[in-house]
Design a protein around this ligand. Structure first.
Ligand SMILES: Cc1cc2nc3c(=O)[nH]c(=O)nc-3n(C[C@H](O)[C@H](O)[C@H](O)COP(=O)(O)OP(=O)(O)OC[C@H]3O[C@@H](n4cnc5c(N)ncnc54)[C@H](O)[C@@H]3O)c2cc1C
Length: 375
């Protein structure tokens, strides 16, 4: 049997691109296959943010933000790297207490951050409404234009020559081979599944649930906002919600445009805008940033996050399908966590030491037994 590559990576979104880059950098011959239907990478916000809902999320996102800092030295201009930092906004005394607790958790993990009081916050972001109690400033968070960053990993100056690409649709994984829609079968020693929410078409037993989100971008208003602004209530109002929710989340793009989020709706994979949700999202944004009333919106769109039951990605071998490796379920944090996810996966595949404990991300934490194989 002739091997097309050592590893075939299915999916060229942010996660697949990072995995392919890591494996090829470690000396593997890698073929990346993508049919360009697109996914969350093209739809997301690109906020590179340390999140700390669980210790495992904190270790994966903190390592990733450090790795992004290293990439930022070489990223192409069109990746729109923006070292904006994050301001987690506290609207009341209770949220200020949450900011203090978050500060302690992040600093204990070596993440640079500091509390700012109401007066300092007003000086840092004069466009915010008055009356906020303060914020947590996380200095090394950043933002990036993820589709171009994924392409930079696959086609940039740092891309190893051993990384090849192919435009094709994978219709089945017959581990460790893939079958394309034209009937071609490509063989490799390993296959990495990194097709985001589309992964269940090839691996139906994966416990992934769609969380749709809507975003809106304005015309150019340079200097209006300087940091990524996120309400601390985001953690309760959006991140942990079991029903539809919105939260204030605004990113200043290097162009001067303002990217406004965010919303979450479960189990809807359509591309349709939900106008009622959009109205709620914008009402929340206007509450924090009243000046948005005078801004022109130029585009709004949706995307789908692929969520696991515990909110952590699945990184590791499929428990029942030898040769199939999983890099899926990155929900609303996959642009951030792609670099560390790739390192964790590559270390397992190559038998190297993992930079962080891989246990919390293994598929074994879910029951994938009785698996149906996609054909
Ligand atoms: C509204 C919204 C806002 C977000 N904001 C942020 C944020 O601020 N920060 C952050 O870190 N993350 C954010 N995310 C999450 C982030 O975008 C995702 O976690 C991440 O992009 C997932 O990348 P991926 O490579 O796993 O999947 P995807 O980007 O979905 O890529 C999957 C790829 O697989 C290909 N594919 C699928 N099926 C096949 C097949 N059968 N054959 C061949 N190719 C196939 C597709 O063409 C696609 O290129 C957001 C997501 C959304 C929706």
């Amino acid at each position: 049997m002739r091997l097309t590559a050592d590893t075939i990576v299915v999916g060229a979104g942010m996660v697949g691109a990072a995995c392919a880059h890591a494996l090829a950098s470690a000396g593997q011959r890698v073929l990346v296959i993508d049919d360009q239907r697109g996914g969350a990478t093209a739809a997301g916000m690109g906020h590179l943010v340390v999140m700390d809902d669980t210790p495992a999320e904190l270790q994966l996102s903190a390592l990733s933000v450090r790795l992004w800092q290293q990439w930022s030295q070489q990223l192409a201009e069109d990746c729109a790297w923006h070292a904006c930092g994050t301001l987690w906004l506290a609207a009341n005394a209770q949220e200020m207490q949450a900011a203090e607790e978050k500060r302690a958790r992040l600093q204990a993990h070596g993440v640079a951050c500091s509390l700012v009081d109401a007066r300092q916050l007003q000086a840092m972001e004069p466009a915010l409404r008055s009356g906020l109690h303060g914020a947590l400033h996380v200095a090394h968070d950043a933002a990036v234009y993820a589709p171009n960053a994924a392409r930079w990993l696959l086609e940039g100056p740092s891309t190893p020559a051993a990384l090849q690409r192919r435009h094709a649709q994978v219709v089945a994984i017959e581990e460790p081979s893939v079958r394309l829609s034209d009937g071609t079968v490509l063989h490799a020693q390993a296959v990495v599944l990194a097709t985001g929410m589309h992964a269940t078409a090839l691996c139906p037993e994966l416990p992934l649930r769609a969380k749709k989100g809507q975003l809106l971008i304005t015309d150019r208003y340079p200097g209006t906002v300087h940091h990524q602004l996120v309400e601390l209530g985001y953690v309760t109002s959006a991140h942990h919600a079991t029903g539809p929710s919105v939260a204030f989340n605004v990113q200043p793009r290097p162009t001067g445009q303002l990217l406004i989020g965010s919303s979450r709706e479960f189990d809807d994979t359509s591309r349709n805008l939900n106008v009622a949700m959009l109205e709620q999202m914008l009402a929340r944004a206007l509450d924090y940033l009243p000046c948005l009333r005078d801004c022109n919106a130029i585009r709004s769109w949706t995307g789908v996050r692929a969520a696991t039951p515990d909110g952590l990605p699945i990184l590791g071998p499929h428990p029942e399908r030898p040769g199939l490796w999983l890099a899926v379920g990155h929900e609303g944090l996959g642009v951030t966590t792609a670099p560390a996810s790739a390192q964790v996966l590559a270390a397992q595949m190559l038998g190297h030491a993992s930079p962080i404990d891989a246990t919390p991300y293994l598929a074994q934490r879910f029951a994938l037994t009785g698996a149906l194989h996609a054909g």
